[in-house]
Design a protein around this ligand. Structure first.
Ligand code: ATP
Ligand code: MG
Length: 438
């Protein structure tokens, strides 16, 4: 066996992942990856390309617990593999065993050009890698993923989003006004989340909405959902965004505090980013906080288009239980109102009462003291954080920099995506096993 990268394998603690690339008939090469959960399918193919320059590898396989080979050809399948692998690592850790590397078996396929991973007619294999650092050898060229995904984003955003190129798959959920679908973008091969909203409005208003949505192209934060484009067909608008395979936080049961803390850090950073662009979210709630198996947490459905918000409001009447008291009373909305919703969202997630209080109780939020979390059941910094966010007087709630400096946020602001990644993977596994075979 050829050892190009050695070292202790503490996959879970340090996010270090060792991938053992099996070479047909001649041993294996170990590759140390420093950001396992962020690893993309292309990262792996690029490294296989360096290890086996002669072959044209377009897929690889791994073995499940029964020794059956499972093929990986996409980011989705990669995530499933990593999720499976991390669950085996967890088992090995629990049993005090040495952690086995993740073994993969490259599959040589058709010559290049016939099939490009993203299905794009662009050269996506150029430039230095940013997502992972293959420790194989410094002399080996590494390929750019950052660039390719930026390029992909540009292509997706460049007026190429339209109904004909989208194949709708599952329904991800219905909201107050729209339905969100998981969809396949044929041109790019990307999986998208497409929100379709029925709107009976004039062409003039449609144009206004489209121009207001333009700002979404400029949003560039890892805590904000990626925007690929929007289009009107007849009386409905489709808004195409990045698909988050962990879904939204409202469907998770009570979240362990070390996981919740990391989620809260991302949400606070996402909000701070929006506020820095002078965008108020206006709809902070668990169903608008999305997670994925890479451990990322992103905000969606923020009110960038006043016209869109108004048009939806005309069709669908609604108040929601996450609204700040001053908003329920029809007073001015500001950053502080988003902060209230942040507090009540995290309180709701932890109390896990399913649907929040009935609408008639909303008046209580206006008239009575804010609800508080039971002390003893939750940590002191968490209870303090929630209490501060839910102060009745908007000005008494923490300002953005105070949120970031709060002990609950500081404690978990360590950039550890593995914690969230593992928790999402495990929750999805549990959900799958409860649902049984498809
Ligand atoms: P509201 O319409 O009041 O905002 P909502 O957030 O529950 O309520 P939608 O925004 O329509 O409703 O979303 C419906 C569901 O679709 C969400 O609860 C979420 O689980 C899922 N969803 C939305 N966007 C995505 C996405 N980008 N990736 C994965 N799932 C998503
Ligand atoms: Mg939503």
């Amino acid at each position: 066996m050829l050892w190009l990268a050695l070292g202790p394998v503490h996959a879970m603690e340090s996010q270090v992942l060792v991938i053992r690339i099996k070479i047909p008939n001649s041993g294996a090469v170990d590759w140390t990856v420093h950001s396992g959960p962020q690893l993309l399918f292309r990262d792996v193919l690029d490294v296989i390309g360096q290890v086996l320059p002669e072959a044209t590898t377009t897929a690889f396989e791994y073995e499940d617990e029964d020794g059956d080979r499972i093929t990986v050809r996409s980011d989705e399948e990669m995530k499933a593999m990593l999720s499976y692998y991390y669950s085996t690592v967890m088992e090995q850790q629990v049993n005090g065993q040495l952690i086995e590397p993740l073994q993969i078996f490259p599959r040589a396929c058709k010559p290049p050009g016939e099939r490009n991973i993203h299905g794009l007619k662009v050269n996506t294999r150029a430039g230095p890698s940013q997502h992972s650092s293959p420790a194989v050898s410094d002399s080996l060229p590494s390929n750019s993923l950052k660039k390719s995904s930026a390029e992909l984003k540009k292509i997706l955003a460049n007026g190429q989003m339209n109904e004909q190129d989208i194949r709708y798959r599952d329904t991800l959920g219905h909201g107050n006004g729209g339905t969100v679908y998981k969809a396949h973008h044929v041109l790019s091969g990307k999986i998208l989340a497409v929100k379709v909203i029925l709107l009976d409005i004039t062409l003039e208003l449609q144009k206004q909405i489209m121009s207001e949505l333009e700002i979404l192209y400029k949003c560039d934060s890892s805590y904000i959902i990626g925007f690929y484009g929007a289009f009107f067909v007849e009386n409905r608008i489709s808004i195409c965004t990045e698909f988050m395979d962990g879904g939204s936080l409202d469907v998770y049961r009570k979240i362990p505090e070390h996981v919740l803390g990391r989620i809260a850090v991302a949400v606070v950073k996402g909000l701070t980013y929006l506020w820095s662009l002078k965008i108020l979210h206006r709809d902070v709630k668990p169903s608008n906080m999305l997670v994925n198996t890479r451990g990322q947490v992103k905000l969606c459905d923020f009110g960038v288009s006043t016209q869109l918000v108004n048009s939806i409001a005309k069709t669908y009447v609604g108040t929601n239980a996450y609204m700040a008291p001053e908003r329920i009373s029809g007073e001015q909305y500001g950053i502080h109102s988003d902060v209230w919703s942040l507090g009540i969202s995290f309180m709701e997630i932890q109390k896990n009462q399913g649907s929040l209080m009935p609408l008639q109780l909303l008046q209580c939020i206006v008239d009575e003291d804010s609800p508080v979390l039971p002390v003893g059941e939750f940590s002191e910094p968490f209870v303090h954080f929630i209490t501060q966010c839910m102060r009745k007087q908007p000005k008494e709630r923490p300002a953005p920099e105070e949120l970031m400096g709060h002990p609950f946020i500081m404690q978990f602001n360590d950039g550890n995506a593995t914690v969230v990644s593992m928790w999402v993977c495990r929750a999805l596994e549990e959900r799958r096993s409860q649902q049984g075979p498809p």
